[in-house]
Structures are given as C-alpha cells and as structure tokens.
Design a protein around this ligand. Structure first.
Ligand code: NAD
Ligand code: ISE
Length: 340
C-alpha cells in the first residue's frame, strides 16, 4: 500500500521533495499540500492532490498518513507538535527548530508519545561518500580521529531572506550534525572567528570560521561561506592518528576546450545532494510506513540547535561557549554513530 503524504511548505525544497516523492520514489503518494501562500501551494500540488488551507487541517486529515515539513524553521515547532499529537510520522527539514527550549518541547512530546515519529532532514548522513568516509573512520585502521575539517560553501543565498544569524543557525547545523555523526561524539564547546567580510553579500556577516570542540577532545574546524559565487562546494577531511580520510571530489564530466580542461561544480544543494535526498526519503518511507522514524532524530536536531545557539553567543563573547545537554532519553538510546 502506498504511504499517503502531506507536504507543508511548497517553496524551494518543498517543490524539490514533491518532485522526488511523485517522480522518483515508489511506495508513496502526495495526497496533500499547504503553504501560507495558497497560490504557491496550488501550483506545486501534483494531480489529484488536495490543497489544504492550514497545516492543522492537513496533519489531521484522514487522507494523510505521514507529513513532510518544509516550512521556515520558526514554524516547525507548532507543526511538529501537531504531528506528534496526531501520532503521525513526520519528516522535518532542518533546522528542527530555532531554540533549545523549543527543541525540548518537541522532545518531551515525542518521549511522552513513547515512539519515535520525527526524522530531521540532515541528508548528508545518507550521502554515499559521507557513509564511506564514516566507515573508514569507524573501521579504526587510521587510529583515532584527531581533527576534522568541514568546508561548507554556498554560491549565494536569498537576498533579504537570509540574515546574518543564518550562517550559524541555518547552515552550520549540517556541519555540526555530520561532525557528531562521523566522530561518534557530542559537541561540548564552540568558538567563532570572523575574517574580513566578503563584499559579495552586502551587509551579511560572511564568512565564518567555527571551531567545534568535541567532548572526546577532537577539534572540528568549519568554514561557512555563503556567497562564493563559483558554486556549491562541500568538503570534509578527517586527520587521524595514522592517516587522513577525505571526501572525494564529485565525479563530473571532464571538458576540454579552448578555455582549458575543467569539471563543473554543483550549483546548489539540490544538485550536490540529489542522491542523498532520494536515499533519505527511501529510508523514511519504509520507517513511516511502520509508524515510526529512522536516522537523524529529535535528539540530533536538539544537539544541532544547541550548537547554533552557542555559536551565536560566541560571536558576541569572542570566547569559547560551553554546551550542556540534558540526559539522553531512552527513546534516543541508539549511539549517535549508528543513527542512519
Ligand atoms: P522557501 O522560503 O523557499 O520555502 C518555504 C515555504 O514555506 C514558503 O513557500 C513559505 O510560504 C512556506 N511557509 C513558511 N511558513 C509557513 C507556515 N507557517 N505554514 C505553511 N507554510 C509556510 O525555503 P526553503 O529553502 O524551501 O527552506 C524550507 C526549509 O527547508 C527550511 O527549514 C530550510 O532550512 C530547509 N532546507 C533544507 C535544505 C537541506 O539541504 N536539507 C536545503 C534548503 C532548505
Ligand atoms: C540551506 O537551507 C541548506 O540546508 C543547505 O544544505 C545549506 O547548504 C544552505 O546553506 C542552507 O541555507
């Protein structure tokens, strides 16, 4: 039987996920969509799909078995709580929410429900190259990881909509999550350094250098640059005791012409992580069909939110900001290294 899915938020990634749910993946049907912009929702709705007036109406509809949230971060909490209240599996795009208090409210509701329902959209965990990198680190032949370098470059970000907090509370959350997952460890402290500002982004604070201090002593350095113009450039390299393990460059056709020999760089996240998003949804569809969730959890969304909050504090203080997590509920007992 096909999983009947309702999508909340039909902007850039909502439309891309509707495309993969209707044209790429099997075992799933998009039966409902909604957006605060009803025209956008109507134009994104696939044939036969109902356009709901509100997220609440979509979440409680008998024609919707599971929900995909692609609205803006500040709207996620209310929509997640409504899904948990209705007992429906929900895939929520990152960031889970935009404050630690909000993350705790979602976690408390899911724990009280008693079963995982929430999967967070940290798609890098489903990327084949990241999975191979993790397998090498976990295999232990290179010894312990001591340092990890995470480079996160966007060609550009939406002018006006993407504010100076967002490199840290919208973009950095991916690097925080993948570092926890690759190094099988939690983040205990965060420092931020601000280099000379790029003139490409107007008044936007960009770029950032972020140091993530892992509880076990490894240090991750992250470059967040969101206006590099030339493409979407994601890199990762683990320095271990006896060797280095790095993400490979993406394979791309080698073009030789009058300008030289070159390979194209992905334009944005849609292109770079296309297979990862597909795989993330394949695994979600199976779990949601069983009434639950898999991969990145509410706990992981909470951890990333704490890092974002600490990074924003670190910009103000210029100091290392500590992170203290609540005790991990048994519902999320699976070690960070094994989720996805
Ligand atoms: P967008 O602005 O293009 O789309 C968001 C849509 O949500 C808009 O159509 C807006 O009208 C709608 N919306 C906002 N609040 C709503 C509400 N309360 N109820 C119903 N609809 C609402 O933004 P986007 O780039 O598609 O990002 C959406 C989410 O996906 C964000 O949380 C973003 O961080 C995340 N995202 C994740 C990735 C990834 O790589 N995993 C990539 C891009 C965006
Ligand atoms: C966007 O929301 C994403 O999640 C992308 O993966 C990230 O690279 C970008 O910086 C975010 O704005």
């Amino acid at each position: 039987m096909s999983l009947r899915v309702g999508v909340i938020g039909t902007g850039m990634i909502g439309q891309d996920h509707i495309r993969r749910l209707t044209k790429v993946l099997s075992g799933v049907t998009v039966t409902g969509v909604t957006d605060i912009d009803p025209e956008r929702a109507a134009s994104a709705a696939p044939e036969g799909c109902q356009v709901f007036e509100t997220p609440q109406a979509l979440i409680t509809s008998e024609t919707v078995d599971a929900v995909v949230i692609c609205s803006w971060g500040p709207a996620h909490e209310e929509q997640l709580l409504a899904c948990i209240h209705a007992g429906k599996p929900v895939f929520c795009e990152k960031p889970l929410v935009t404050s630690a208090e909000s993350a705790l409210r979602v976690m408390d509701a899911e724990v009280a429900f008693g079963r995982r329902l929430v999967q967070v959209g940290f798609m890098r965990r489903f990327d084949a190259d990241y999975r191979r990198l993790k397998a090498v680190i976990d295999g232990g032949t290179l010894g312990l990881p001591l340092m990890y370098k995470s480079v996160h470059r966007n060609a550009s970000v939406p002018v006006g909509l993407y504010t100076s907090e967002m490199p840290l509370n919208d973009t950095l959350v991916h690097d925080a999550d993948i570092s926890r997952w690759l190094l099988s460890d939690e983040i205990a402290g965060v420092e931020v350094r601000l280099p000379r500002r790029s003139r490409q982004g107007g008044d936007l604070r960009d770029p950032h250098i972020v140091l993530l201090h892992m509880a076990g002593g490894a240090i991750v350095d992250v470059e967040i640059s969101v206006n590099v113009s030339y493409g979407y450039d994601i890199r990762g390299e683990a320095s271990c005791e006896k060797g280095i393990a790095a993400l490979p460059n993406r394979p791309a056709t080698v073009i030789s012409d009058a300008h030289g020999i070159r390979q194209a760089i992905p334009e944005d996240w849609r292109e770079r992580f296309i297979e990862a998003y597909d795989q993330e949804f394949r695994e979600w569809i199976v779990a949601a069909g069983q009434g639950t969730a898999t991969g990145p959890s509410t706990w992981d969304g909470y951890a990333a939110t704490l890092v974002a909050d600490a990074a924003l504090r670190a910009v103000e203080s210029g100091q290392r900001e500590a992170i203290t997590m609540r005790d991990k509920p048994a519902l999320y007992a699976q070690p960070v290294s094994q989720a996805a």
